[in-house]
Design a protein around this ligand. Structure first.
Ligand code: TYM
Length: 337
């Protein structure tokens, strides 16, 4: 049976290989299955939880949509839209923030990481951000959410919120109202790590761009970044078990495996005993082979403002139609209006 799929990406610029392998590549596959109904959202309301330059935010929103399309998501088969254009997201976020418990939000590790020692100075939106994410998903009654591993805890919170809402209002039409959404996380690509430190996630916000492959990187730059990627002094092993405590090597193999859709063991069979430079050369070729068509398409689409506006307008109309129907139901259950 087909699934109702929802996922989102923040328009904060520098979209990278982690975003592609952890999320966007999987969106493309899910979108190709005719049975699924897919909604992919550029979550600009999430982006403003930290300071944004308004002009850059608008450009990055366009760029994120262009990346979805360039990667192969078909806007005729999926709904692609911009979160802030559909006001039911903000409304549902408020309602669900009254279901979510403080203790649940207090456990969110991403807030702790992002706020760091600055807890008193960050926006309150950064703290309540997971309520908005739950609203995004539940507003469309989605049952499957493709994400990278870093979003797993937010998904667990979304499930808790859905369950509590259904229980709290079970006598008022809320019983089983929200499906309990499942995360869809693919092992090899769920945590693409920094090219310079295999214990840290590849991230948009890391200051050095040498830590990540960006989707706009030219071929020469991809070769340079991979050739400079950290490895270790030991030989390429024969078995997966020997990869423990070798995070950088494991990361390169995971990237190879998920990009080439080939089991890690096959790759080890090909490279064990060989030089890292052999593995890196082939990995660069594979990256160029997969990413350069996306980059070329991205540049083309990003320049076509009319087309992007059309995709976003069309997506917003469809997203509004679905979300307004559901928010009405939600309000009726609660006794609002
Ligand atoms: P965001 O914008 O940080 O990242 C977008 C997607 O990319 C994945 N990702 C990674 N996957 C593997 N390795 C990495 N190094 C890596 N870095 C990022 C993320 O897991 C994510 O799937 N809160 C979300 C956006 C969001 C959302 C939603 C997602 C808002 N509402 C509803 C799903 C459903 C975020 O900040 O993702």
């Amino acid at each position: 049976m087909g699934k109702k799929i929802f996922s989102g990406v923040q328009p904060t610029g520098n979209l990278h290989l982690g975003n592609y392998l952890g999320a966007i590549k999987n969106f493309v596959n899910l979108n190709e299955d005719e049975k699924n109904s897919c909604i992919f959202c550029v979550v600009d309301l999430h982006a403003i939880t930290v300071n944004q330059d308004p002009k850059k935010l608008r450009d990055n929103t366009r760029e994120t949509v262009a990346t979805f399309l360039a990667s192969g998501i078909n806007s005729k088969k999926s709904i692609i839209f911009n979160q802030s254009q559909v006001s039911a997201h903000s409304e549902a976020a408020w309602i669900l923030s009254c279901t979510a418990r403080m203790g649940w939000l207090n456990r969110m590790t991403q807030f702790k990481e992002k706020a760091g020692k600055n807890k008193e100075k960050v926006s309150s939106g950064l703290y309540t951000y997971p309520n908005l994410m739950a609203a995004d998903i539940l507003l469309y009654l989605a049952d499957l959410v493709p994400v990278g591993d870093d979003q797993k805890q937010h998904l667990e919170l979304t499930r808790d919120i859905a369950q509590k809402f259904n229980n709290d209002y079970s006598e008022f039409g809320g019983k089983d109202f929200f499906p309990i959404p499942e995360p869809l996380i693919f092992e090899e690509s769920s945590r693409v790590m920094s090219l310079r430190d295999g214990t840290k996630k590849m991230s948009k916000s890391e200051t050095s761009s040498m830590t990540r492959i960006e989707l706009r990187d030219e071929n020469d730059l991809i070769i340079k970044k991979i050739s400079k990627a950290k490895t270790d002094p030991f030989p390429i092993p024969e078995s997966i078990g020997e990869l423990d405590n070798r995070p950088e090597v494991k990361n390169l193999l995971n990237i190879f495996s998920s990009l080439g859709e080939e089991p890690i063991l096959n790759i080890l069979n090909n490279y064990s005993g060989k030089q890292f430079s052999d593995l890196k050369n082939d990995l660069s070729d594979l990256l160029i082979n997969r990413l350069s068509p996306i980059r070329q398409e991205l540049i083309k689409i990003d320049n076509d403002e009319g087309f992007l506006r059309e995709v976003l307008n069309d997506g917003a109309i469809k997203a509004k139609e679905k979300s307004e129907k559901n928010i009405k139901e939600i309000k009726k259950i609660i006794g609002l209006g």
